[in-house]
Design a protein around this ligand. Structure first.
Ligand code: ATP
Length: 510
């Protein structure tokens, strides 16, 4: 298969707003791909070369100026092999060797292919938002039910491998994916509830738990071997030795637990989210101890519990994690549930999560079985750009341009700006971080790669002819950056529009 076929499909997918057309184009390409290139084709389409990002090596492509080839002859297999070589180059002289390899790759690429490769390698093409569309395309190309593909993806955590299994082995190969202790799976997510009462009524038999204001962790232990992952499945085992020790001490031989971790003040209240997250970055910095609070058990001593009802998973959790289980009440009366909310808020947490006790663990899904009730409404938006500040904020990147996700995988749609709520510390941090991902600067506005997610509190939204989605945020203020979230998880433009008063909810014509 030629690289140009992937480039053309990628352009066609970006150009249409129709989800069906995207799925059709992607599935036609997948059907045409031979088994040996499926992994590379899927990796390229979602904008993540399978060799991963190799830092400095990729940056050099920004400066490469190589006359393009006239004809599109480069194959996917050749590109994949060349990238593997770039990724595998290390040691003395490797920087020059990488430039040479990329230069010869670019010399064999047409202008459109060069542009594609450049965006692929600098991460600009990375489109987490395309995930859902790609899952449908895989299902359609392999002619298997979407649910079967989704389940395999949740268990494998990797789209290219899921595609290979679907296309080569069909449902049997997909169903063979099992929970494996040591391999992270995509965490189950919650939907926002209108109110506590509505959640209680909708779910019936339920547990109401504190919604702790920390960072999600997934813990895997087999014998003495422990691995700990973040919400985005990044391994952080080495940076959190106190959690590793604690998990080693639990009374079991193997276990997979889902939970939240946070740093506490001397009074036992949650410390700011940024402080908890800072523990995930560096090596062992144990000044700020992290505490785990587990809320689910997916495997215990050889038994997979994913498909068991939550009531049984919680019984297993209590047995193994006892005092480290998140506070909550099973089958509460409405008054008791209200009491859990009051206790959670007065302990400094965000609210509660109401969970159906009969539901299985639906990994990777934002379903109705878990519903979060929070008094403050927040959105997770993508930072698209930022303006240089003036006055007291001169010299700092200040006013943020915020975008909502296009659920069909298009670029984020701008919905507002804000500099409110930014502490001096955050201003300093974002001035550096945003310059690192800058792609363009026009007078005082710096455009950045849309990869950072930020949590925004607001008073509501209003119709706006000025913004491309026809809707703008009212009184937006920054709560915090969300390094634990990928742009593919940001609030969608439809979710933002749904906040408009009912009479104003017609989407604008494109
Ligand atoms: N008891 C709990 N049960 C489940 N999740 C919890 C609990 N306490 C805290 N959490 C956190 O809340 C999140 C669930 O809400 P959701 O799935 O909407 O994720 P989120 O978008 O990160 O939520 P938010 O932005 O509201 O924190 C989990 O990812 C987890 O980090």
């Amino acid at each position: 298969m030629l690289l140009s076929e992937v480039v053309d499909t990628s352009a066609a997918v970006a150009a249409t707003r129709s989800r069906l057309a995207k799925v059709k184009a992607l599935s036609a390409l997948l059907r045409a791909a031979t088994a040996d290139v499926v992994v590379a084709v899927v990796s390229f389409l979602i904008g993540t070369p399978r060799q991963g990002r190799i830092g400095a090596g990729w940056r050099t492509v920004l400066d490469l100026s190589v006359p393009p080839a006239e004809r599109a002859e480069l194959t996917i297999a050749e590109v994949d092999a060349a990238l593997a070589e770039v990724a595998g180059t290390s040691g003395k002289g490797s920087a020059q060797r990488r430039v040479d390899l990329l230069t010869s790759l670019f010399a064999r690429s047409t202008e459109a292919e060069q542009d594609f490769l450049r965006r692929l390698l600098t991460g600009e093409l990375r489109q987490g938002a395309l995930e859902g569309v790609m899952l449908d395309a895989i299902a359609s190309a392999a002619d298997v039910p979407g649910e079967t593909v989704r389940r395999a993806f949740m268990l494998s955590g990797r789209l290219p491998e899921t595609a290979v299994a679907a296309l080569e082995g069909g449902p049997t190969a997909l169903e063979a994916f099992r929970l494996e202790v040591g391999r992270p799976l995509r965490p189950m997510l919650a939907s926002p509830a209108e109110s506590l009462d509505e959640a209680l009524t909708e779910l019936g038999s339920c547990v109401v738990e504190h919604k702790l204001d920390g960072a999600r962790i997934q813990v895997h232990r087999s014998g003495d071997e422990v691995h700990i992952y973040t919400r985005t499945l990044r391994e952080i085992t080495k940076t959190v030795p106190e959690l590793v020790e604690l998990v080693r001490g639990l009374p079991c031989t193997s276990v997979v637990l889902d939970g939240e971790t946070l740093a506490l003040t001397d009074e036992g209240r949650p410390r700011p989210f940024q402080e908890t997250m800072s523990r995930f970055g560096a090596q062992d910095e144990r000044e700020l101890l992290l505490h785990p609070y587990f809320f689910d058990c997916l495997h215990l001593d050889g038994e997979d519990l994913l498909d068991e009802p939550l009531r049984d998973r919680l019984a297993a959790l209590r047995q193994v994690a006892g005092e480290h289980v998140v506070p909550g009440v099973l089958d509460p009366s409405p008054e008791e549930a209200e009491g859990v909310v009051t206790a959670a808020l007065s302990a400094g947490h965000e609210g509660v999560v109401v969970k159906s006790l009969v539901s299985p663990y639906a990994a990777g899904r934002r379903g109705r079985a878990w519903q979060k009730v929070k008094p403050v409404h927040t959105l997770d938006l993508v930072v698209l750009g930022v303006e240089w500040g003036s006055g007291r904020r001169r010299g700092w990147l200040s006013n943020l341009h915020l975008g909502a996700r296009d659920p069909d995988g298009g670029p984020p749609v701008m919905v507002g700006k804000t500099f409110k709520g930014l502490t001096d510390e955050l201003l300093k941090w974002q001035t550096e971080a945003l310059q690192e991902i800058a792609t363009d600067q026009d007078d005082w506005v710096v455009t950045v790669r849309p990869e950072l997610v930020i949590e925004i509190e607001l008073d509501g939204v209003q119709v706006s002819p000025r913004y491309p989605g026809g809707v703008a945020l009212r009184f937006a203020r920054v709560v915090r950056y969300r390094p634990d979230k990928d742009p593919s998880e940001a609030t969608t433009i439809e979710e933002v529009r749904a906040l408009l008063p009912a009479a104003q909810q017609n989407p604008p014509q494109a």
